[in-house]
Design a binder for this molecule. Sequence first.
Ligand code: GDP
Ligand code: IMO
Ligand code: MG
Length: 429
Amino acid sequence: MSNIVIVGTQWGDEGKGKIVDLLAEYADVVVRFQGGNNAGHTMVVEGEQFISHLVPSGILQKKTCLIGNGVVVDPSVLVEELDKLKNKGIDTGPNLLKISEKAHVIMPYHKQIDLAREKMKGDQKIGTTGRGIGPCYEDKASRRGIRFVELIDAEVFKETVHAVLEEKNFYLKHYLSAEPLDPEPIVQQYQGYAERLAPHVVNISIVMNQAVKAGKQILFEGAQGTHLDIDHGTYPFVTSSNTVSGNACCGAGIGPKEITGVIGIVKAYTTRVGRGPFPTELFDEIGDTIQKKGAEFGATTGRKRRCGWLDTVLLQNAVRLNGLTGLVITKLDVLDGLESLKICTGYEYNGEIIDDFPANLKILGACKPVFETLPGWPEDISGLRKLENLPKNARRYLDRIEELLETPIDIVSVGPGREETIIVNHPFT
Ligand code: GDP
Ligand code: IMO
Ligand code: MG
């Protein structure tokens, strides 16, 4: 029996959605355990693209999809997503899509505070997605949050919104110079969401533990990436949740002994959206070529993604922090046609080589990547389905990644489509 956690190893957008959708065929349950609609996970099935922000990427495979207690949920976005899927004939009924009663609810003031703070910070902003993620997790930690269990209790919800808004409005008006909010329209609007979503609200820990007992397989779908983790990422240029595999247990309500594997999704190069350090960032034509060929635009905000070479200092950090048992290399096809490729194998700081990822952003900012150069390949590899058919230099690139990360490559992705995939070792068999 396999219960596998999928995480991003870089700064998000590694292709987690594609891989979760692909592997969901072999799972019975797919669960999101952190993040919110800052995530944008793309699946491409029979040429049609689906972008999911909150609904787990197992929905197209008709699997039980759970939104864990560790997720922060904007009900307006969830309802919209459910409607879109329903219109495409995809079942998202309460039998398949379940929300943890303990998941926190993103409120209009969370979005307003997120946006107003970023505006106020000007050049110093984090570059958040503006979806209210940070302010919602802040309220969770400071015990002023509203969970689904409170959302669906009309009396408690109304009382809480009125009480919380007293403080929020003071902060909005007097500190952020933003418009205060009237509680009643919010209560009305959210009552509509509550009625719509109530049938989906359950204790998902019980659902998952029953599944485990029945010998079913679970796929844990991480959002963001290891270096956006609140503890282990490039703080403060991070998101507000733990994105590493350890949080799969906490954010879904299951014990660590049930996890049998942790797969890290590695984009064949590196990208980042929003601000923050990025040692291997490219500012030249090659960076532009990768950005265009890889269609590197944010799936949530549409922002252009910054692009750079593969960074194995970053990736070794991800291997250790997540306890990776396997790797999936995505977007290898984007590197087709480049004459040579660079892999960062260390950082130079003050004339010395360091091979660990510095926590101090001043040091990280001053680090110069040390590169190894490998030959590229001219062929289009998107039609290939077997590792042995890849051009020699593409195999060499993959072999070097495996060697540097001391972790086996289980899957290689050569296109956005579900079938554009080379399976090396199937994680579920
Ligand atoms: P996620 O957030 O990790 O799920 O990744 P995103 O969906 O935000 O971004 C990944 C993008 O790359 C999406 O547009 C995918 O359709 C696309 N994609 C995924 N795998 C591949 C691949 O192997 N090759 C190419 N060319 N595109 C891919
Ligand atoms: P997926 O799951 C890439 C980034 C934002 C910003 C920082 C904080 O699709 O990989 P937040 O709104 O979370 O407070 O923003 O984190 N960010 C992501 N970058 N992919 C994501 O998700 C991201 N979710 C948040 O750009 O830099
Ligand atoms: Mg994404």
